[in-house]
Design a protein around this ligand. Sequence first.
Ligand SMILES: Cc1ncc(COP(=O)(O)O)c(C=O)c1O
Length: 399
Amino acid sequence: MSECLTLAERSRVIAPSATLAMAAEARRLKAQGLDILDFSVGEPDFPTPENIQEAAIRAMRAGQTHYTPPAGIPELREAIARHYTEQERLPTRPEQVVVSNGAKQAIHNALMAVCGPGDEVLIPAPFWVSYADLVKLTGADPIILPTSETDGFKLRPGRFLEAVTPRTKLLMLNSPCNPTGAVYSRDELIALADAVLTTRVGILSDEIYEQLCYGEARPTCLAALRPELADRTITISGVSKTYAMTGWRIGWSVAPLAVAKFMADLQSQETSNACSVSQYAALEALTGPQDSVQAMRQAFARRRQLVLERVRRLPGVSCLPPDGAFYAFLNVSEHIGRVLAGRPVTHSTDFCLAALAGAQVALVMGAAFGTEGYARLSFATSEETLERGFDALERFLSS
Ligand SMILES: Cc1ncc(COP(=O)(O)O)c(C=O)c1O
């Protein structure tokens, strides 16, 4: 490498996204002609609903193809603020909303706004792959708090309080959770929030899967639970998962005014606004008919049922029924220590590589989410593909 362009210190703290790496390996094998059953993807397989696509086309034709204000078009910020005020009972002003290039940028903005060297950020594990790296980018230290399957993969107030130090700046919560599908009940969140309110710790609440809950589970907007929470909480969400709009790159944050202002300023220097056309599409998503959301949720619910039935038949594999999102977090710990597809399985990555080689099924290793002994299966794919994948896994694990 050139001596001039040696990489900055921060290059050491960033690892490529493990879910994307697994998807890339699956793509590579597919390109070789193998029929890979891909359960590694974290996005709905449905097309973006027609009315949303039409709104984007109308916006383009109307010339909405230029820069917008960095924090988003006023109509969209207002629609988001209205959603929180009216549906979540969280009084929100449009100026508290920053529209970003996906929820991922919203999380990055939020962490850059409030965290820096010397700070600690508490992250319950299993956690979404990007959290720890995004925290490290700010110079702060991610502090991982393992949770257990027996506790529903949820952080309890006592565990939170034990972990707080004078350096703790933020707690990151994600309900419904990627990768476990865990959804905190309202009472569980109130108990946790009340513990947080006894400290000086802020909360980043990633609610991107809020519309995808099954059975009795209900999403909860954490910031609305107690009046004092709004001042210390940054809420993250977006259209990617609810409206099958991952490629449009629209997410948002709702934050106290001063934090929102800094996040908008930061974004104005880094990327400017999120795509203008996508913002008009997101406006239609939020304000137009919602029947497609309901239809997609029902399809996910059917697939979830299928997954639960098929997991029961897999030798040495179990999983907690996911209450939300579209993932099953498979406990594969019985297979650790075995030899599968000719390779010794010493951790979850070996298991996933063996499943890819031996059953041509792509999963994501639990290690990517900070938890060994598990593999994440995404059911954002057709029932037919799921059936074929489970047939292949069943044959493979029985052999
Ligand atoms: C928990 C969680 N938060 C945030 C995101 C990022 O969403 P977006 O695609 O809108 O950036 C994802 C995407 O997988 C996610 O699973």
